[in-house]
Design a protein around this ligand. Sequence first.
Ligand code: HEC
Length: 112
Amino acid sequence: MIFFTSLIVFASCYYDSEEELYGVSTCNNNTLTYIARIAPLMTAKCITCHDVASGNSVILETYTQVKDQFTSGQALCAVQRDPGCLAMPQSTPLSSCDLEACQQWVQAGCPE
Ligand code: HEC
């Protein structure tokens, strides 16, 4: 019993330090679908400037719109802040967790 208890304590300490290392409180990229992961990310980080009301030429409100932007390479270029496109979001870069979510979602073929 003591062995198991110390295992749990050790595991949680290890997890804490990993969080500190990446500066992310919760990184959960286990379910990389549009609905589970990408849509909430767009809502939190992109939609204020990219909904229909914004008048922006890039709209990121639906699965098809987001998928098109990411498969064209344009949105990945933007969030990776690569040269040759506008860096997005403009002020604060995505966390490494959010960035990995975008990259892995595209690699997986943008599952809905
Ligand atoms: C503070 C406002 C703002 C936020 C937040 C924002 N964008 Fe943008 N985004 C813009 C503006 C303004 C443009 C330029 C649109 C144009 O040229 O018509 C743009 C352009 C883009 C483009 C086209 C890039 C290019 O090089 O032409 C993409 C793709 C894009 N945004 C994706 C995103 C994604 C994905 C997010 C969230 C991770 C995001 N944006 C967050 C304002 C924003």
